[in-house]
Design a binder for this molecule. Sequence first.
Ligand code: PEP
Ligand code: MG
Length: 324
Amino acid sequence: LSVRCEPFVHTEAKTVDGQRLEVGANIIGQEDAELAFRSGAEGIGLFRTEMMFMERAQAPSSAEQVAAYTAVIREAEGRPVVIRTIDVGADKPVDYFNLAEEQNPFLGYRAVRLYPEFLDLFKAQVFAVLKAAVHGPVGLMIPMISCVAEVKWVREVIQEVEEELKQSGEHYGSIQLGIMLEVPSVCLIIDQLAQYVDFFSIGSNDLAQYFLAADRGNDKVGNLYHYLHPSFLRFLRNTVKEAHRYKKWVGLCGEMAADTDTLPLLVGLGLDEISLPAPLIPAVKEKINHLNSTLCRDLLDQSVNCEDMDQVSLLLKQSHNDLA
Ligand code: PEP
Ligand code: MG
């Protein structure tokens, strides 16, 4: 932690003209959460729970999960914690799922698409999140949603688990339901989805790869995969606008949020929150506190009219000192 950023660790992230942009952390467990809150995180925007399911012989029990989620929620001391349900398949294989090899794993059987087959496992996770939610505010977030039917199905399962908890007289907390926006199809049906969810979080890593048809892990197409593509910026601007039209909170939790050079565009988008790795939080909060949101919106307007991402990068560099 640099001395320069220290004063910003525990201040709210807010632009000079008063626009709030919550800064949350991406974590995989309690240790990360502890570091995140020491670094000034205003919440946990993405708890990647699949890490708990990987590199072991079988899934963690409900009790083990309750303990893990509770530890993070306790660490948060009343700040919101967004717990993402398991996102396995594609680049995150898990042996005991015994998934068949696929020709196009990123377009295949992954994340929420697995839940109906692995229903007990999904229900056990929902059960654990509901139990842990008595300790503080919790968002349950579903990855890779691509249509309304998936959200309706998830809601039915949550209801079933709540019913089971009620029947057995167990204590559980209330949760907010959110979905990740990482498949482009859902960004154009925000009006419909808004009837079924409480919040949205943009997963810019997957959203950019699906939007630009360029594998996020393939260097050969690395020049095509970039979140500064003007078309992608237009798409994000439209998505945030739609979420706000329907009075929904919308965050962004992909790598894009961790790029401090891009921060003026994220402020310009008017996001409610960004979530990033803990060590970057103080610097990001400091930078937000020096930006002017009107100038950031102007910069975004110019960026979406650029012809390519190099022009956007140049614009960001040139405007570097003029955004306060
Ligand atoms: C994303 O896709 O942007 C995201 C945050 O999820 P992950 O990187 O875990 O796929
Ligand atoms: Mg993703």
